[in-house]
Design a protein around this ligand. Sequence first.
Ligand code: NAD
Ligand code: IPM
Ligand code: MN
Length: 365
Amino acid sequence: MNTHKIALLDGDGIGPEIMAEAVKILNLVAERNQVNFKLESGAFGATAYFSHGNSFPDETKALCDSADAILKGPIGLSHEDSKKIPVDMQPERGALLPLRRRYDTFANFRPVYLPKDIAHFSPLKAEVIGDGIDFIIIRELVGGLYFGNKETGVTESGKRFVTESLEYDEDQIARIARVAFETAQKRQGVLHNIHKSNVLKSSVLWNEVMEEVGRDFPDVQIRHILVDAAATYLCLNPGQFDVMVMENMFGDILSDQGGGILGSLGLMPSACMGPNKAYYEPSHGSAPDIAGQKIANPYSMIGSVAMMLEMSFGMDSEARNVWQAMQSVFAQGFSTPDLSKPESDVKMISTDGFGDLVAEELSKL
Ligand code: NAD
Ligand code: IPM
Ligand code: MN
């Protein structure tokens, strides 16, 4: 029997609530497929800072090092509560970015997907959505402003200043470009490259390298779009996109907009792939506004499990079953409150209610 060790990092806020549903599905998948998932939890995030004095404790690093894949819940605190932790130890800077750096998870896949029969979840009009929304954002995850040089200080005239640099070299751009072209090749053969080369020199180099790598993929058409215009097109005509590639911060912002056009960030899973290790997490945050209420949508977390099954364990057909099970739950008129307008006739369910129904549907497949 195949054994895969999976590190579970619950994280903060709604993290433990949605992780419980992901574990429910992982256990069912193990049962159905004669595969053994060795699940081990590690402290990570603000919770870990308060319990261990470190938001990414050494024992969690060791656990992740020894795991075949990592499943991570969202981390972070509300704006006010964040102030209880020193800036550099806050879980975003103290845990999440170090996790990405440790495993060099440069390729972040953020699917934005809403089939036609549940298109009513979207705030966009039916005529804008057409046959549904289906594209993928490929976000470079370990470069750019997030990881560039930073300096803070006080000028000679006593003014506080900060400098942060947006850094990329051609190798960093080429490797994400290859991932994006390969993905486009497997899908519709069109790659939208999102950039800001009218201002940023980093985008000038980015575009040059994109074109160079593109020569190895003559069957993929590359289309360059400025990031500000891309934000508009996502609302006015999302159907034109199939695969989008962009640098780290553009990808952070446009992927949340992706969640917006679906109707909820709760519909946004993701995969973060490095050369030797991958981790999987929802694209959204810890949702402090709804934490503890058992109303968070676990789709993003269960979808991250589906991505793990496919991308880390080669269990493609079971991954498809998990997606299908979630879509069946929606198709029967159920949803968590994030997707339901009070006047709609959606049958409102809790976080664990959604997980139970997904498990039930999966058992039928
Ligand atoms: P957020 O993504 O946590 O929440 C934005 C909105 O989306 C909220 O209204 C929230 O209730 C809703 N939402 C998000 N996920 C949902 C789900 N699964 N079901 C239903 N509704 C959902 O963004 P924020 O409030 O700006 O950030 C909160 C914290 O999360 C911050 O500390 C931030 O740094 C952190 N964060 C972490 C990650 C991560 O771990 N990868 C990602 C983004 C933000
Ligand atoms: C995300 C988050 C992170 C990012 C933060 C929490 C560091 O917003 O995964 O999208 O900006 O990358
Ligand atoms: Mn984000």
